[in-house]
Write a protein that binds this ligand. Structure first.
Ligand code: FAD
Ligand code: DHB
Length: 391
């Protein structure tokens, strides 16, 4: 099979790229290791920046999000038992975020690609990029026991942190930057009314907690946990008890509990690889970088990579202009490092770090108190949370 852009991975990065390219008359094929049901069963991010929602609308996949998603104008930070509202709209000149699950974004992207006749090959095993440093790259894979080959002009590595694309870049070229945090997030999804209409990020002596939501009857709650937890040790009752203890008292009194419909643990990590281009291979999204989830940036960063990459590819195929592709890595990384800084900062602001007992705890409390008392500090938090500009 021949195409213009071979895309590895049908996560949000890969599908959004394929959709945008299609709307500009550029052909692509997406190779995905998992089944579609598996991809759609993953519960991940829930907060979308305005830049991302604008991209989804422009890519003709925003209609259901605009009907079913919730616009949030603020969120709360709680510490010392008190809630403090961060008025995003007032602090940013009217900017807001959209609460709409990544799972739903995936569903909308699959539906749009199907409606437009897009080629997505799922359950593709052993996907391997070849000759990406040369003029004629190609991908090989196995599906149902037969070998497949896709010849393409460019390869987009959208295959997440554990994918094969990054590994196709020689070690002598690639530089990795990493910080692993000594904890994880244990999260549950439950078909109960959310404890609050807006998100609450909680700093508590027992550890961080987050009250988030998907809809009026679907709550998403997280607690700081060990980086690896045996989920069998976390029956729902234990989760609810621990989560309730970290909520401010008036919220705890309103908490509605019920059976979880999903429960998982995610380790926290900051990671960036440089550069994001090697020959005709371009990395995007989690394939190139990871943020701890505290600032809700992972999915949004994947989208800004696709913004830069799709523009570079469109300029190349439409006008023969290679400058966007040449500058892709540099432009994407400039924004990524700012989001890395913000996610790292918000993680330090809100979590209990075992090594921080004593002085570190007092500094953290001072930082929280300064934050909620300073319009300058709040403005900095708000402008990062709603998303920095793409350019
Ligand atoms: P992914 O969504 O990882 O998609 C990559 C795709 O490539 C997957 O479908 C995968 O199956 C496929 N793939 C992998 N290897 C291969 C291969 N060899 N061949 C073919 N296909 C392959 N962000 C937040 O902002 N908030 C959160 O709460 C949050 N929670 C998260 C929880 C978890 C467990 C994880 C892993 C991530 C979470 N994130 C969160 C981050 C956010 O979900 C990601 O940043 C986002 O999914 C990135 O999209 P992506 O398309 O780049 O990568
Ligand atoms: C959600 C996840 C986040 O990491 C975050 O910062 C806010 C919300 C969520 O899953 O709803």
């Amino acid at each position: 099979m021949k195409t213009q852009v071979g895309i590895i991975g049908a996560g949000p990065s890969g599908l959004l790229l394929s959709q945008i390219l299609h709307l500009h008359g550029i052909r692509s094929v997406v190779l995905e290791r998992r089944s579609r049901d598996y991809v759609l069963s993953r519960i991940r991010a829930g907060v979308l920046e305005q830049g991302f929602t604008d991209m989804l609308r422009a890519a003709q996949v925003g209609a259901r999000m605009d009907r079913e998603g919730q616009i949030h104008e603020g969120f709360d930070i709680a510490f010392g038992g008190k809630r403090h509202r961060i008025d995003l709209a007032a602090l940013t000149g009217g900017k807001t975020v959209m609460v709409y699950g990544q799972t739903e974004v995936q569903r909308d992207l699959f539906a749009a690609r199907d409606a437009m006749g897009g080629t997505i090959i799922t359950e593709a095993e052993d996907v391997t990029p070849h000759d990406v440093a040369g003029a004629a790259p190609y991908l090989t894979y196995r599906k149902d026991g037969s070998e497949g080959r896709i010849d393409c002009e460019f390869v987009a590595g959208c295959d997440g942190f554990h994918g094969v694309s990054r590994k196709a870049i020689p070690e002598s070229v690639l530089k990795n930057f990493e910080r692993v945090y000594p904890f994880g997030w244990l999260g549950i999804l439950s078909e109960t009314a959310p404890v609050s209409d807006e998100l609450i990020y909680m700093n508590h002596e027992r550890g961080f907690a987050l009250a988030s939501l998907r809809s009026a009857n679907l709550s998403r709650y997280y607690i700081q946990s060990a980086a690896e937890e045996d989920l069998a040790q976390w029956p729902d009752e234990r989760f609810w008890e621990e989560f309730r203890r970290r909520l401010p008292a008036e919220a705890a009194a309103k908490l509605v509990t019920g059976p979880s419909v999903e429960k998982s643990v995610a380790p926290l990590r900051s990671f960036v690889c440089e550069p994001m281009r090697y020959g005709r291979l371009f990395l995007a999204g989690d394939a190139a970088h990871i943020v701890p989830p505290t600032g809700a940036k992972g999915l949004n960063l994947a989208a800004s990579d696709i913004h830069f990459l799709s523009r570079g590819l469109i300029d190349y195929f439409r006008k023969g202009d290679e400058s966007g592709l040449q500058r892709y890595s540099e432009k994407a990384l400039a924004r990524i490092w700012k989001a890395e800084r913000f996610s790292w900062w918000m993680t330090h602001l809100l979590h209990v770090f075992p090594e921080n007992a004593g002085f570190g705890e007092r500094i953290q409390r001072a930082e929280l108190e300064y934050l909620v008392s300073s319009r300058a500090a709040l403005t900095s938090l708000a402008e990062n949370y709603v998303g920095l500009p793409f350019e």
